[in-house]
Write a protein that binds this ligand. Structure first.
Ligand SMILES: NCc1[nH]cc(CCC(=O)O)c1CC(=O)O
Length: 310
């Protein structure tokens, strides 16, 4: 009997690229396996006219895909780890994380090669409070505006002249063939990436041993360790995509280096910290760093940001 696997995916070009990438890797690992995509539209895709922070609700992009797995319409879901909330619904788990693509933020502009070249009053588009916070802290003379939609439509808003520059994840641009549009990749010192940025994860039903046997081969241990630290930081901070939180871990052999950031959306305050330890301590490093940031004032910032949400 032919083995089949159905992948639930959003229908944005980036989501489809990522799901197709996983499908190809699975076909290569298991010759004869039939892999099929099940395209779904999610709440996050439908609400395009408000900044994400205002729309609120964790997992805007994820819930619909999870329902499909619970209903048995699909076997796995492929996610950008950046969009996956820290807690999972009962009956689902996320056991596989693929090797990370470039995790950094990218600066895209026609006229300017780096954010430092932008003149006072230049308009920069970003949908993320994290990017906005770090940009405003360093360059208070910029006008930062909200930029929603998928990667393709965000680039179109730059090209139409609505913005002088936009900041997007390097990973999404590279995957969709827009690497040449990147004027510079921002270092973690300039813009600490989002927790999970650049990594793709695979979610499935807990205890589905047939599916686990097929997908486990795609797991990348080093990326998985880095994300354990980053996601532990996020769990302790109770963060979502609607708060200005950054977190990025680097693994060198067994040495794990985790950096974290919580800031005011307008950049008036940025609290940064870091922890170093062994790979086996990934979660503990995340929790400890979160507690340090909370004690240094992140608690008040997060309470205010959450309080402002509708
Ligand atoms: N929030 C949307 C989203 N989710 C994941 C990526 C990029 C790909 C990745 O991080 O793996 C993007 C686009 C962006 O932030 O520019």
């Amino acid at each position: 009997m032919t083995e089949r696997l159905r992948i639930a995916t959003r229908k944005s070009p980036l989501a489809l690229w990522q799901a197709e990438h996983v499908a190809e890797r699975l076909r290569a690992a298991h010759p004869g396996l039939e892999v099929e995509l099940v395209g779904l539209s999610t709440q996050g895709d439908r609400i395009l006219d408000a900044p994400l922070a205002k729309v609120g609700g964790k997992g805007l992009f994820v819930k619909e895909l999870e329902l499909a797995m619970i209903d048995g319409r699909a076997d796995i879901a492929v996610h950008s780890m950046k969009d996956v909330p820290v807690d999972f619904p009962d009956g689902l788990c996320l056991p596989v994380i693929l090797e990370r693509e470039d995790p950094h933020d990218a600066f895209v502009s026609t006229r300017y090669a780096h954010p430092s070249e932008l003149p006072p009053g230049a308009r920069v588009g970003t949908s993320s409070l994290r990017r906005q916070c770090q940009l405003a802290a360093r360059y208070p003379h910029l006008l930062i505006g909200s930029l929603r939609g998928n990667v393709n439509s965000r680039l179109a808003k730059l090209d139409s002249g609505e913005f002088d520059a936009v900041i997007l994840a390097a990973a999404g641009l590279k995957r969709l063939g827009f690497a040449a549009r990147i004027r510079c990749v921002l270092s973690p010192e300039e813009s600490l990436p989002a927790i999970g940025q650049g990594a793709i994860g695979i979610e499935c039903r807990s205890g589905d041993t047939r599916v686990r046997a097929l997908i486990d081969v795609l797991d990348d241990a080093a990326t998985h360790t880095r994300l354990r630290a980053e996601r532990a930081l996020n769990t302790r901070l109770q963060g979502g995509c609607q708060v200005p939180i950054g977190g990025h871990a680097i693994l060198d052999g067994d040495a794990l280096w985790l950096r974290g950031l919580v800031g005011e959306p307008d950049g008036s305050r940025v609290i940064c910290g870091e922890r170093r330890g062994a790979a086996s301590e990934a979660e503990a490093l995340g929790v400890q760093l979160a507690e340090e940031l909370l004690a240094r004032g992140a608690d008040a910032i997060l309470a205010r940001v959450f309080g402002n949400r509708n």
